[in-house]
Design a protein around this ligand. Structure first.
Ligand SMILES: Cc1ncc(COP(=O)(O)O)c(C=O)c1O
Length: 431
C-alpha cells in the first residue's frame, strides 16, 4: 500500500463501520459491486453505444453494456433503458434536453418542498436554460395537486417531473398522469430515492403512468454511483423518436466516454436487485423507517424521515447535524415545508434507514437508534440560531466547539460505536 489514499480509505471505512449512517440517499454496496467498480474496465474508451462505438476494441464492453441494459429492462418491465449517465444530475439533464427545446417550460416540485435541484431550482441548468415552474406541498406536507393543476393549466409545461428527495409520503402517479394529459405534457418520474422500494413492491411502480423514468443507482438500489434512464411503452408511443433523442442528449449532448467500470457495477447491482432477498431488504427498509418515525414522533411511508426541530428552538438544523455527528450518527440538515428560519440555516434534519437496514438492523434496533437521537437532540436545546444574520456564522463555529467538548455526546458516541461495530459492513467484512 504505497499511496496515502489507502490509509485515508481505511479511516473512512472505520467511520462507516462504527457510525450510524443515516443519510437517506446513501447505502453500502456489496463486495461484488466494489470489485466491478474497481476493475480494469476503467481503462477503456467506448464513446457511442453497443455496436456503434467511435473506438475499436469494444466487443467485451458491448456485451457488458447490453447486459446491464437487459437487466434494467427486466427489472422494471420497460422496453428501453440507458445506463451511461455518469450520475443522476446529468441523466436528468439528458432527459430535459431530449424532451424540451432550450427555453421551454419544465415543472417540478420546489426544492423547499422536497424536490431536487435538477427539477427546476434556481441556479441549476433546469432553470438557467429552461423556464422552470415549481409546484409545492401544502400545510400537510403533501403535494398540493390543486396548485399543481392550476400551474400546469396556466403555464402549459412541455414536461412535468414527479420525483422527490426529501418527501416522506407515497406518490400518486395516477393524479400526475391526469394533470399531464390535461396539458399534453411529457411526464417523467425521478424515482432515485425510492427505486428499491418500487422494486421491492413496497411502493407502486410509475411504469404504467409515466413516459420516462430516471433513477440513480446508488441509493435504495444499492449500486455504484450512477444513473439509468428508462422509457416506458407509453413514452415510446408518445414519441417514437425518444430513444434516439435520449442517446443524442447523452452523447454528444452532455457526455463523452462512458464509465465502463460503473456500467459493470450497475449490472452487478441489478443482478442483486433481481434476487428475492432484495424484496425482503426493501420491505425491511420501510418497516424500519416507520418505527423510527413513530419513535421520533412523526410518520414515514418511505425510507426517510423529515424531522422538524422547532420544539428544540429556532433554526436548529445545523446544530442537530453537528451534535449527531459528534455522537457518531450521520444525518443532514434540511429545510422543512414552510421553513420558518432560513433555507441556509434550516429547521429540520433528514434521515433514513437504507444503509442501516443493509447492515442488518431491524425494528428493535430502530427503537434504540431513536432513543440516542432524542438524547442527542436534548443537548442542543437553548442553542437557538441568532435572529441577526451577521452573527450566524460565528455562532455556529462556537456551537461546533461546544458540541465537540460535550461529555454527554462523547458518552453516546461510545455506545453507538459499540453497537454499530457489531453489525458487519458489506464490502469490508464480506457478509
Ligand atoms: C431525486 C433525485 N434526483 C436526482 C439526484 C441527483 O443525483 P446525483 O447526486 O447522482 O447527481 C438526486 C440526488 O440526490 C435525487 O435525490
Amino acid at each position: 500500500m504505497s499511496s496515502k489514499v489507502f490509509k485515508l480509505i481505511a479511516e473512512e471505512a472505520h467511520r462507516q463501520k462504527y457510525g450510524l449512517e443515516m443519510i437517506p440517499s446513501e447505502n453500502y454496496v456489496s463486495k461484488d459491486v466494489l470489485r466491478a467498480l474497481g476493475s480494469i474496465l476503467t481503462n477503456k474508451y467506448s464513446e457511442g453505444f453497443p455496436g456503434r462505438r467511435y473506438y475499436g476494441g469494444n466487443e467485451v464492453i458491448d456485451k457488458i453494456e447490453n447486459y446491464a441494459v437487459d437487466l434494467a429492462k427486466e427489472l422494471f418491465g420497460v422496453p428501453a433503458a440507458f445506463v451511461q449517465s455518469y450520475s443522476g444530475s446529468p441523466a436528468n439533464q439528458a432527459i430535459t434536453m431530449a424532451v424540451c427545446e432550450p427555453g421551454e417550460i419544465v415543472m417540478g416540485l420546489a426544492l423547499s418542498s422536497g424536490g431536487h435541484l435538477t427539477h427546476g431550482a434556481k441556479l441549476n441548468f433546469s432553470s438557467i436554460f429552461f423556464k422552470a415552474v415549481n409546484y409545492t406541498v401544502g400545510e400537510d406536507w403533501k403535494i398540493n395537486f390543486g396548485e399543481l393543476e392550476a400551474l400546469a393549466k396556466k403555464h402549459k409545461p412541455k414536461m412535468i417531473w414527479v420525483g422527490t428527495t426529501a418527501y416522506p409520503f407515497k406518490l400518486d402517479y395516477k393524479k400526475f398522469r391526469k394533470i399531464a394529459d390535461e396539458v399534453n405534457a411529457t411526464l417523467v418520474a425521478d424515482i432515485s430515492h425510492i427505486t428499491g422500494l418500487i422494486i421491492g413492491g413496497v411502493h407502486e411502480s410509475p411504469v404504467p403512468y409515466v413516459d420516462i423514468i430516471m433513477t440513480t443507482t446508488h441509493k435504495t438500489l444499492r449500486g455504484p454511483r450512477g444513473a439509468m434512464i428508462l422509457v416506458t411503452d407509453r413514452g415510446l408511443k408518445r414519441d417514437p423518436e425518444i430513444k434516439g433523442k435520449i442517446e443524442r442528449a447523452i452523447i454528444p449532448g452532455i457526455q463523452g466516454g462512458p464509465h465502463n467500470h460503473q456500467t459493470a457495477a450497475i449490472a452487478v447491482s441489478l443482478e442483486e436487485a433481481l434476487k428475492p432477498s432484495f424484496k425482503k431488504y426493501a420491505a425491511q427498509v420501510a418497516k424500519n423507517a416507520a418505527v423510527l418515525a413513530r419513535e421520533l414522533g412523526t410518520v414515514s411511508e418511505t425510507h426517510l424521515i423529515l424531522l422538524t426541530l422547532t420544539e428544540y428552538g429556532y433554526g436548529m438544523g445545523y446544530q442537530a447535524q453537528y451534535a449527531l455527528e459528534e455522537a457518531g450518527i450521520t444525518v443532514n440538515k434540511n429545510t422543512i415545508p414552510g421553513e420558518p428560519a432560513s433555507p441556509f440555516y434550516p429547521s429540520g434534519i433528514r434521515l433514513g434507514t437504507p444503509a442501516l437496514t443493509t447492515r442488518g438492523m431491524k425494528e428493535k434496533d430502530m427503537v434504540k437508534v431513536a432513543s440516542w437521537i432524542k438524547m442527542v437532540l436534548e443537548e442542543i436545546r437553548s442553542l437557538d440560531l441568532p435572529e441577526e444574520q451577521e452573527k450566524r456564522k460565528d455562532f455556529l463555529k462556537e456551537v461546533r466547539v461546544k458540541l465537540h467538548q460535550n461529555k454527554n455526546l462523547k458518552k453516546i458516541r461510545k455506545e453507538v460505536e459499540k453497537f454499530a461495530g457489531k453489525f458487519p459492513m458489506p464490502g469490508v467484512d464480506d457478509i
